[in-house]
Write a protein that binds this ligand. Structure first.
Ligand code: CP
Ligand code: NVA
Length: 307
C-alpha cells in the first residue's frame, strides 16, 4: 500500500518514534562526517512548488542527494498542472518516473486529488491547511531536548495565527497526547474541524484568550508569522489584529523555567517575536531548521520502499 504524508495523522505514534530514532542516528552520523545512506540510489524524487521556499526546498533536495537519489525541482507554473492537466493523469504519469513527490501549494485538495491516483508517496511540503514536515521536525526537536522527561507530560504553547502550522500542531497533540495551549486572536482560530477532531482525541488541547495564560507551564513556546504566504493583502489588518500576540522576553518568563522557543522560520522580527527571544539561548530555531534535513531523510526512508 502506498503511504502518503499529507496530514500529521498519516503516521502513528509508534511510526513517529521509529522515524525520530532514525533521524537522530542520521544526524549523529552526519555530524561525524558520514552523509551517505543510499536508500534512494539511482532513484528520483520530484518536488513541485507553487509558493516560495528556502528550507523545504533545500533540506529536501540535500536529503535526497545524501540518500543517493536525484531531486527534480519544478515550479508549478512550469508544469502542465498550471495549464489544467487532470490530477489523475499527472499522478499516474509521475508515478511512473519518480519514487515520491513533494508538493507545496495552496489548497490541500490538490494533494489529495493526486494521492487518489498516485502509486508513489505524495508528501505535503506545506498547504494552507497544514505543514506536517515542519511539525514532524519540531516534535523531533522538542523530543531531543527532553532527555528523561516524557513528551506526553509536556505542554506546548502556540501563540499567534491559527493557520497551517497551528492546525498541524493540533494533529501532533492528538497523535502524541501532550498538552497544547493555543492563544490566537479572535477571527484567527485554527480550522474548526481539525480542532474538534483533535480535542476529541486529546482533552489537554485548550484555547486561551491571553498569551500569558497559554504559556503558563509550557515546555515549548511556538509561533509563526502573522501573515502567511497567500495572505499578503491582509497584512495591515493582521498587524492590528495580532497586537499583543508577540513572543517577548516577558512572555517567555511566564513559561516553564527550561522552556524552549520554536519558530518554523522565516521570522518577521519585531512582529510575532522579538530579536531578543529569537537570539536567546532558549531559542532552538536554527537547530530546528537543521533538523528538517535529518527528519525528512528518515521520513523518505520510511515512506519509500526499498528496492
Ligand atoms: N519553514 C519552512 O517551511 O520554510 P520555507 O518556507 O523556507 O520552506
Ligand atoms: N505559515 C507560514 C509558514 C511558512 C513556512 C506560511 O504558510 O507562509
Amino acid at each position: 500500500m502506498t503511504r502518503h504524508y499529507i496530514t500529521f495523522r498519516d503516521l502513528s505514534k509508534e511510526e513517529y518514534e521509529a522515524v525520530f530514532q532514525r533521524a537522530a542516528h542520521l544526524k549523529k552520523a552526519r555530524r561525524e562526517g558520514r552523509y551517505h545512506f543510499p536508500h534512494l540510489a539511482g532513484r528520483s524524487v520530484g518536488m513541485i512548488f507553487n509558493k516560495n521556499s528556502t528550507r523545504t526546498r533545500v533540506s529536501f533536495e540535500s536529503a535526497i542527494t545524501e540518500l543517493g537519489g536525484h531531486a527534480i525541482v519544478l515550479a508549478a507554473s512550469e508544469t502542465q498542472i498550471s495549464r489544467g492537466e487532470a490530477p489523475s493523469h499527472t499522478a499516474r504519469v509521475l508515478s511512473r518516473y519518480l519514487s515520491a513527490l513533494v508538493i507545496r501549494t495552496y489548497e490541500e485538495t490538490e494533494l489529495t486529488d493526486l494521492a487518489a491516483h498516485a502509486t508513489i508517496p505524495i508528501i505535503n511540503g506545506l498547504t494552507n491547511q497544514r505543514h506536517p514536515c515542519q511539525v514532524l521536525t519540531d516534535v523531533f526537536t522538542l523530543v531531543e531536548t527532553l532527555e528523561a522527561e516524557k513528551l506526553e507530560d509536556q505542554i506546548v504553547a502556540w501563540i499567534g495565527d491559527g493557520h497551517n502550522m497551528a492546525n498541524t500542531w493540533l494533529e501532533a497533540a492528538a497523535v502524541f497526547g501532550f498538552g497544547l495551549h493555543l492563544a490566537c486572536p479572535q477571527g484567527y482560530q485554527p480550522d474548526k474541524a481539525i480542532l474538534a477532531k483533535a480535542q476529541a482525541d486529546n482533552p489537554k488541547i485548550k484555547l486561551f484568550d491571553s498569551p500569558l495564560e497559554a504559556v503558563k507551564g509550557a515546555r515549548a513556546v511556538n509561533t509563526d508569522v502573522f501573515t502567511s504566504m497567500g495572505q499578503e493583502k491582509e497584512i495591515k489588518q493582521r498587524l492590528k489584529d495580532f497586537a499583543g500576540y508577540q513572543v517577548t522576553k516577558e512572555l517567555m518568563a511566564k513559561a516553564a523555567p527550561q522552556a524552549i522557543f520554536l519558530h518554523c522560520l522565516p521570522a518577521h522580527i519585531g512582529e510575532e517575536v522579538t530579536e531578543e527571544v529569537l537570539e536567546s539561548p532558549a531559542s532552538l530555531v536554527f537547530e530546528e531548521a537543521e533538523n528538517r534535513l535529518h527528519a525528512q531523510k528518515a521520513l523518505l526512508e520510511f515512506l519509500i520502499p526499498s528496492l
